[in-house]
Design a protein around this ligand. Sequence first.
Ligand code: 6AU
Length: 271
Amino acid sequence: MYDQRRSYHERSLHHPHPVARRLFQVAEAKESNLVISADFTDTKSLLACADELGPYIAVFKTHIDLVSDFSDATVQGLKAMAARHNFLIFEDRKLVDIGSTAQKQYHGGALRLSEWADLVNLSILGGDGIVDALDQVVVRKDFPHRDGRAFLLLAEMTTRGSQATGAYTDRCVALAPNYPRSVIGFVATRALTPAATGADDFIAFSTGINMDAHGDNLGQQYQTPQSAVAKGSDFVIAGRGIYAAVDPIAAAISYRKAGWDAYLQRTLGGK
Ligand code: 6AU
């Protein structure tokens, strides 16, 4: 089992993937394992959120297909904000199709994901082919962002009645080590570690994070940053708990502190 007491700093020194190393470096530098889920529907609001909350987060998570006026200005704006505030961008696209289609959705297409998203997630509902397909894109010699892109497997979901459990989750865990050049972790409610390759460092991103609510009326189910990190999660993703708060900056600061304190507790025993 991977030692969950290892610090981000230590992991940043040893992780074989450059995107993972950068992620750990950013977390360490900003003392933040917080990901804001910026589910905004226009470019101006999306970029305003990135600028306002950028100082407190490690990763900015988008659903770019929600952005009704998506254009080059959206892409350039996101890149500028990422540079200004030193965060990574995670497009929560949940790719799930045959490999050939997923390649076109990821590289090129209307949303140009490969051009601006450091991280993109995908589901293996259709089997391993999608991972082969996306892996092939990012390792191609002529891929312009070689070593700068990585994928997360959607291994579990937070919604009531989720089918992303049991054999599906086990399969995600089993196949991740086959893609060291592109798969760096999971979206899950807890740490997931391939049993046979305990030395590998797969990064767990936990969504469904809220400090005040237990869920919404559409099946979402929440846990706190403390509970996710105690279960081995490395990055906590919060959306409405922060951006819909009366004071989103104050909320971001308190989620960041909760996530970071829980990380310190796990790695150093609170020392
Ligand atoms: O904090 P919320 O409930 O406002 O937003 C949660 C965000 C949304 C979801 O699309 C996403 O997290 N999400 C995911 C991801 C990140 O893949 C998986 C999941 O199981 N549940 C979930 O809420 O943008």
